[in-house]
Each structure stands twice: as C-alpha cells, then as structure tokens.
Design a protein around this ligand. Structure first.
Ligand code: 5GP
Ligand code: MN
Length: 351
C-alpha cells in the first residue's frame, strides 16, 4: 500500500501512472449525497480519462442535488440507489477504481460491500483527515487541501496528464473548488488555489457564469425554506456560542423540500460574530436525523461529529446522523454541549 501525505509523494504519482496506464475499464466512486466537490472531482477525472480514450464510468451511491445536474457529464452518472445492478456491474467489471472525496467505506453506504468485494485496485484521492487503513491500495490524502478537486488537478499535473484536461473537466474541477470554499470565501488563503484556478480558466471556463449557477441561482421553494429556517427556527444558545436550526419532516414536507434545498443553511448563523458553532438537524423520512455542523477557528466539529454522531468531516465542517426522532437528536445535542464548552476560545465562554 502506498500512503501519501502533503506534499504529494512522487512514489504515489508513479503508482497512479502505472495503474492508469494498465487500466482499460475504470470506475470512479464518490461519497453519498454527493456535493459539488465529490461530483465535480468525479466528473473532472471522468472527462480527463475519456479524453485519454479510457472506458470510464462515475458511480454515486445515491442521487446528487438537482442544482448540480448542469455539470457536464452529470447525466451519464450511474446512481447506485436507482440502478443497483448496473452499479455493481461497473464496479465488478472495472480493473481500476478511484475513490474520490471520501476516506472510509462507511461514506458510500450500501455500495460499500460491493466496492470491497470488487477485485480492482483502489486509488483514494481525498482531503478528509485520517483515511481508513487498508481501504485503498494507493492513498493520496492531503487534508490541507481545501478541496478534492484542487488535489486532483495537482495529481493530474504531477502525473503529466493535465494536457488531457479540457474545458468540461476544468469546469467540473472549478465547481468543486468553489463549493468546498464557499466561492473562495473560507479555507481559501492558499495561493496554490489561484494558480490552479488560473490554469483551469485558461481552458475557457466562464467562472462568473459558474459562480452564478452555484451560488446565486435558487428556486422559490428554497428561498422560502431558507427564510423560514432562519426567521423561525434558529435558536441561539449564548452560553455555548452555538446556533441550532432544526427542521422536522412535516415542516420540510410543507415546503415541498427537495435534496439540496437547504444547502448552505448551516453556514448562515456563523455570520454572527458571537456564534462559534452552528448545528443544523434535519429530520429525514427514512427515520434518522441528518446532522450538519460548521464552526470557526480551532473549535472542532469533526471531533464532535465523530465522538457523538457517528460521523466525521473537517475541523470546521462536519456531519453525522442520529437514528431516532428530531427530539432525540436535539436532546443528544443539548446533553453534549457542556462537554464541548472547553473547546470554545477562553474569552468566548462569558455570557
Ligand atoms: P455537510 O454538512 O455539508 O453535509 O457535510 C460537511 C462535511 O462533513 C463534508 O465534507 C463531509 O465530508 C462530512 N460529513 C457529512 N456527513 C457525514 C457523515 O455522516 N459521516 C462522515 N464521516 N462525514 C460526514
Ligand atoms: Mn470535499
């Protein structure tokens, strides 16, 4: 197994090149509920490998939000929850599998046993902390990278394959770089981002148009849910510098909620200077509550999600689940707050 940390090791790139050179049928998998970075990196690599003449398919565990469907190639993705046998056939027939934007099988849900049974070598390209041991043969894991898309570009460049990145691949790559940094507004101080962005834009991507599609395009439904959630459902718990937004299944139903409608909601309370920690609990009709957390500075929501909500993520953006009702999830959250208080910056514990 080749493991990699920052900077990207030449040995990992050599292995990447060997595996890509010998592979004719390639599968690309990203995490469930794909976000812009997961789908963007998968489609960027898909377009690039297609340009190299490879037989390549992107498989997602479940559907991606409708507002990412405009990304070139999204209509060619195999969605495992819609077509399990097709997804299984792709993974079993592959001679190389890429795992993008996730670092443990649990993140691909019901696709995990299929992936683990497939014989092909696996290459992980990801930016989440602590990749699971013995999951992928080749691990290119750079947690310092603001997005998997940024990391993927750098890998392709080091591998000498950036000449195959065309305008569609570049657009998908920029989309992921943008969505994982809130349109370059957080985790976006690394000058390398802008060098890569410049290279990608030279392929003829209309960044302004992409930005409008991703950050300034909405539906009436989404605007109304977002407004309602912030006006009526945001609770500020000053003692813990915490904001909590809850949306029940019946509230979501009332607004006709669709996947992706509340994307970015959890970030909003952080615009209040006093709020260090923002939590969004969304009740799902499948009998669990999706937990989303965002934070500032060194307050690690990744640790909270890993320790108490069976999840993980990044220091300032993480998620997990509660198997129970919304009331159970809220109660669980309240009960752990005193334990999290010590992570708050010293001067912010005053009421
Ligand atoms: P979001 O709040 O946007 O759903 O997710 C934020 C980050 O947390 C994502 O980058 C993702 O990696 C991570 N994340 C979200 N949900 C889960 C989960 O259930 N398990 C793990 N391990 N990570 C999650
Ligand atoms: Mn990501």
């Amino acid at each position: 197994m080749i493991r990699n940390t920052n900077p990207i090791s030449p040995a990992a790139i050599e292995r990447f090149n060997e595996l890509v050179k010998d592979a004719s049928r390639i599968a690309i998998v990203c995490h469930m509920t794909p976000d812009g970075d997961a789908l963007g990196s998968s489609l960027c690599l898909w377009h690039t490998l297609l340009a190299m003449g490879r037989d390549v398919v992107v498989v997602t565990p479940d559907a991606f939000p409708a507002d990412l469907a405009f990304l070139p190639g999204a209509d060619r993705v195999v969605i495992a929850s819609y077509g399990p046998s097709q997804a299984e056939a792709v993974l079993h027939g592959a001679d190389l599998i890429f795992c993008l934007d996730f670092n443990e099988p649990a993140r691909i849900d019901r696709l995990a046993p299929v992936l683990m049974k497939a014989k092909a070598p696996r290459i992980m390209i990801d930016h989440h902390l602590n990749p699971q041991e013995n999951f992928c043969d080749t691990v290119i894991s750079v947690p310092e990278s603001s997005s998997t898309c940024l990391l993927l570009y750098r890998v392709l460049e080091m591998a000498g394959l950036d000449c195959h990145i065309g305008s569609f691949a570049a657009e998908c790559c920029i989309a992921g770089m943008m969505t994982d940094t809130g349109n370059f507004s957080y985790n976006a101080n690394d000058p390398e981002i802008y060098r890569v962005l410049s290279r990608l834009m030279q392929r003829g991507v209309d960044k302004d148009k992409l930005s409008k599609r991703l950050f300034d395009t909405s539906t009436e439904r989404r605007l109304r849910i977002m407004g309602y959630a912030q006006y009526k459902k945001m609770l500020l718990i000053k003692e813990y510098k915490c904001a909590v937004i809850t949306l029940s299944e019946s509230e979501l139903k009332e607004f006709g909620y669709k996947k992706g409608d509340t994307e970015g909601l959890v970030n909003r309370p952080l615009s209040i200077p006093e709020v260090i920690w923002s939590v969004y609990l969304r009740e799902s009709e499948e009998g669990y509550v999706k937990v989303s957390m965002r934070s500032k500075d060194s307050f690690s929501v990744r640790d909270i999600c890993a320790d108490y909500f069976g999840g993980g993520g990044h220091i300032n953006a993480a998620g997990g689940e509660v198997h129970g009702s919304l009331a159970d999830a809220f109660e669980q959250l309240l009960s752990i707050m005193p334990k999290c208080k010590s992570m708050l910056p010293a001067d912010s514990c005053d009421k």
